[in-house]
Ligand binder design. Structure first.
Ligand code: SF4
Length: 280
């Protein structure tokens, strides 16, 4: 059960080093979707909040009022929505905090990027079409339903996400399908480009083996695929094996890219270094 609580915060525009905006905006603390591989679980500040990730959502009810004020003083040109939560998770339907903030950003002509995995975002198409939404990175995957139940049981189904992406692309909204995480020996990204005929690119991110709860993630996977246990253990501990495995994944993706004639990025986490990752 998720516990919901209305809270007031003192600041909504938080500076960031992420290159998708000068500030991040998170209308909620916590996330109903509760993905096991959510990197926020490894965030030291957020993990200080009492409660298990996925079992609470603090609703920052004064966020829109703060945003109006902070835009005047901080004068952002571009912000990122949803760096530590999903702005379009179900509780947003009731509170419409993200909706009000999109209106404010549009009114003040502030550009924004969005990270989400929620098909609810299609309800905001009118706001997103006003010229200030730069890009939506929409997380997708295609793991089996059994595996999804282990790893992200409360998140929206993949088919719904595919439909939402294509609907927004039809409306000329810039959406990047973001295939994440690639699960070693399980993910199938063959033909993934054909699912989104109007997208210019697809981006991929490998499973981050440096997450604080990586052993839980591996346990979830190997409870269904026990034969993979040894290989996952080797990935965790053997840098040469790790590097050569991900190099082969990149090659496989590139093969798909060449036949699809699309742009792509593959984001692979460095062995044993959570914060020092690289794009290729
Ligand atoms: S939807 Fe995003 S923020 Fe929410 S739990 Fe999943 S990965 Fe974390």
């Amino acid at each position: 059960m998720t516990e919901f609580k209305e809270v007031k915060i003192s600041r909504i525009l938080n500076p960031t080093s992420i290159d998708l905006g000068e500030y991040v905006i998170n209308p909620f603390m916590g996330c109903e979707y509760s993905c096991l591989y959510c990197y926020v679980r490894s965030n030291k500040v957020i993990s200080k909040r009492l409660g298990k990730w996925g079992e609470y959502v603090d609703i920052r009810i004064n966020a829109p009022v703060l945003l109006e004020k902070e835009i005047i003083s901080k004068k952002p040109k571009c912000v990122l929505l949803g760096s530590t939560t999903d702005c379009f998770q179900p509780v947003e339907n009731k509170y419409k905090i993200t909706s009000r903030m999109l209106e404010i950003l549009n009114k003040h002509r502030v550009y924004y990027n969005i990270l989400t995995r929620s098909p609810n975002i299609v309800e905001y198409i009118d706001l997103l079409k006003q010229g200030f939404c730069k890009k939506i990175y929409f997380t997708i995957n295609n793991i089996t339903s059994e595996l999804k139940n282990k790893l992200e049981p409360k998140s929206p189904g993949f088919e719904l996400r595919f439909k939402a992406i294509n609907k927004m692309l039809d409306e000329n909204i810039s959406v990047v399908p973001y295939f994440s995480p690639i699960l070693p020996w399980l993910s199938n990204f063959k033909d993934i480009f054909t699912l989104f005929p109007k997208s210019d690119s697809v981006e991929f991110e490998g499973l981050n083996m440096n997450l604080v709860n990586i052993t839980d993630i591996i346990s979830g996977i190997t409870s269904l695929y026990p034969d993979l246990k040894t290989k996952y253990e080797k990935l965790l501990h053997d840098k040469t094996f790790y590097d050569s495995f991900w190099a082969s994944v990149k090659k496989d993706i590139i093969k798909e890219v060449i036949s699809a004639k699309k742009n792509y990025n593959v984001y692979i986490h460095n062995f044993g270094n959570y914060f020092n990752n690289k794009y290729t």
